[in-house]
Design a protein around this ligand. Structure first.
Ligand code: ATP
Length: 319
């Protein structure tokens, strides 16, 4: 693996709050590296330190062999930030906004024109180039925000929650755009998200964070497989107390009916099982032995990154 970024025991405190509690990881060149975690996990804080917008309390970040805190000016040109908040000038047109950031980065005129044209095309904003930014729809503003950080043609693109509020069509377009940055343009993309589907579909590697800690780093596939084989059956009952009771009774018979794992999560009982659809009737029959129990909701599905998070922390990603 060609490593581009090395993070060593990175910590950030805001007063008494330990927002990042000592993360160590390597980010490969030319791939999409996703940070997945719930609100407040410390993703944005970590990213801001990577791009030099925040000073770490301790620890080190090396980018392409350079100590980030000592090489800010040089790294400024290597890094492009797609911030969570919309950052552009409302009273400039789309094109004027892009020209302006290009000038700020001293991109030569001809190259600037070329890059702006290609970015507008790739993010499908060509026909809006003369529109004032304030008059764009919410989704188009988000697209403008994405390309604002790329006019200086950075090698590393840091995207902090790039798709909130986008409709499925725009989200798919942005996902394709981000994918092409690595696959066609050979850039490196670092992404934060709390949408597990976004992390799963886009990332070559995912770091799952929670409460300032790095829980695990791996490919989406390995993470999903880490839960184990089989499908998940999820059952909800008429009353909470039945979750525990059902877990106990199924635990006694699980080996005989292909159940691999039983996990109570709040109001829900999750059962990992081989050949789940064919086992369901048998499982429900066993549960009818519990007096008063009624199944009020039921699902059978494949494991997702949401389950990985649930199994690591005992909590849902979006609680
Ligand atoms: P989100 O998805 O909501 O952006 P996140 O994983 O990016 O979450 P951070 O924004 O890094 O999380 O926040 C981590 C913790 O640090 C949170 O508890 C947050 O309230 C706190 N925090 C972030 N910025 C500051 C700040 N400038 N001053 C004080 N506390 C902060």
């Amino acid at each position: 693996m060609d490593t581009l970024i090395v993070v060593k025991d990175l910590k950030k405190n805001y007063g008494d709050l330990e927002a990042v509690k000592g993360i160590t990881l390597s980010i490969p060149r030319g791939k999409i590296f996703g940070f997945l975690g719930p609100n407040g996990a410390g993703k944005t804080t970590s990213l801001k330190i990577f791009v030099g917008l925040l000073r770490a309390t301790s620890g080190e970040v090396y980018i392409d062999g350079l100590l980030a805190s000592k090489n800010k000016k040089k790294l400024n040109y290597m890094l492009g930030l797609i911030p969570q908040d919309l950052v552009f000038w409302d009273d400039l047109t789309v094109e004027e906004n892009l020209q302006f950031v290009g000038e700020m980065y001293n991109v030569p005129k001809e190259k600037r024109r070329e890059i702006i044209n290609s970015l507008l095309k790739e993010i499908s904003l060509e026909d809006k180039r003369k529109t004032l930014a304030k008059n764009l729809s919410g989704g188009l503003k988000r697209r403008l925000n994405i390309i604002m950080g790329l006019v200086h043609d950075p090698e590393i693109i840091v995207a902090d929650e790039p798709t909130p509020g986008l409709d499925p069509h725009s989200r798919a377009l942005v996902w394709d755009f981000l994918r092409d940055l690595t696959r066609v343009k050979k850039k490196t993309v670092i992404l934060t998200t709390h949408f597990m589907e976004e992390a799963d579909r886009l990332s070559d590697q995912i770091a799952i964070m929670d409460h300032g800690e790095l829980l695990v780093v791996d490919t989406p596939e390995n993470l999903r497989n880490s839960i184990g084989e089989g499908d998940l059956i999820e059952l909800q009952f008429n009353e909470d107390i039945f979750v525990e009771k059902a877990a106990i009774i199924l635990e006694e018979v699980k080996d005989g009916i292909g159940i691999l794992d039983i996990c109570p999560f709040g109001m829900m009982l999750q059962i990992r099982c081989l050949n789940a659809p064919s086992r369901l009737t048998e499982i429900l029959n066993i549960l009818t032995n519990i007096e008063g129990l009624e199944v009020v909701d039921m699902k059978i599905r494949k494991a997702t990154l949401e389950d990985v998070f649930l199994h690591l922390t005992g909590r849902a990603l979006r609680e």
